[in-house]
Ligand binder design. Structure first.
Ligand SMILES: O=C(O)CCC(=O)C(=O)O
Ligand SMILES: [Fe+2]
Length: 290
């Protein structure tokens, strides 16, 4: 049985620490950057074990706010629907959804738990940016972190300027019961750059392993799964691939929060320029010798 890579992870840029890191700290950081690259390249997913108490707490509160929202009355939920398709509250076959975007115009009614959802967005956004930064610093890519980070929107834009964020938090509550609708759990790839998934339930999310077998992604408190999506794959000229994933029915009314970290809509993505160094180094995974 293939084991998925699980890594201790904290969002701070330790290269910016003062006093500077010594050699052992640098070695550990290099190997973390390389491990993220390898996991995303081989498995399309890496599981982060959070080292930041504030991020863990923010996520837990966000997940609780999602659960409370799904347990609220139909009237409250319907008032959180939106006239824009894919936004706000919606029911789908076998699941309920709540899409939340920082800076987006108000939904039809007030959304209870909005402050907690904003914090969860901020936590997952920070995590996603930190993963892209470390990915750039992996030996395989050797890119300036702005190579990928510069394709994202200004982190402060949505709240400062009241612009809807390109990235969105999608909370899901899957139907419990003996024969839930298969459609709710169907295999799919995601668009955007990265998906960051948190759930208080350990089981449920699965990715297609290299041989096609479904592998369980261990979640639960203090863990976030990071999945590669289409636009990251495109920006890296296919050096990474989006991962096929699905949710396994667990009969427990699972609640998850998936944050879609997206490139800013006006980003000019030039895969050749982004990957030039990596693709032409003889020892690199996309290089001429492989
Ligand atoms: O609920 C999950 O664990 C994953 C959700 C997902 O794949 C998605 O929202 O794209
Ligand atoms: Fe997904």
């Amino acid at each position: 049985m293939t084991a998925l890579t699980e890594l201790d992870f904290s969002v701070a840029d330790i290269l910016a620490a003062f006093p500077p890191l010594g050699e052992p700290g640098l070695r550990a950081y290099r190997s973390r950057c390389n491990a993220i690259w390898e996991a995303l390249q081989k498995q399309g997913v890496v599981v982060l074990k959070l080292g930041d108490g504030d991020v863990e707490e923010g996520l837990l509160r966000g997940l609780k706010a999602c659960s409370r929202f799904f347990e609220s009355t139909d009237t409250a939920k319907i008032s959180a629907s939106s006239c824009i398709p894919g936004e706000g509250y919606a029911r789908r076959s076998g699941k309920e959804l709540l899409a939340f975007r920082l800076g987006a115009p108000q939904l039809a009614g007030p959304l209870e738990g909005k402050p907690q959802l904003e914090v969860a967005c901020a936590c997952l956004n920070r995590l996603g940016r930190a993963v892209l930064r470390d990915l750039c610093r992996s030996a395989a890519l050797g890119l300036h972190p702005a190579g990928l980070g510069g394709l994202l929107e200004d982190e402060g834009g949505p709240l400062l300027r009241g612009q809807p964020s390109a990235s969105a938090l999608r909370a899901s509550k899957y139907e419990a019961g003996p024969s839930p609708s298969a459609l709710a759990f169907a295999p799919h790839h995601d668009r955007g750059a990265l998906t960051l998934v948190a759930s208080t339930q350990a089981q449920g999310l699965q990715v297609a392993g290299p041989g096609g077998a479904w592998l369980d992604v261990p979640l639960g408190p203090g863990r976030v799964a990071v999945l590669c999506r289409y636009s990251l794959s495109y920006a890296l000229g296919g050096l990474l691939r989006p991962v096929l994933h699905r949710v396994r029915p667990c009969g427990c009314g699972r609640v998850s929060a998936a944050y879609e970290l997206c490139l800013r809509p006006s980003a000019v993505v030039d895969p050749g320029a982004v990957t030039q160094g990596a693709a032409t180094r003889p020892d690199s995974p996309g290089g001429p010798c492989t």
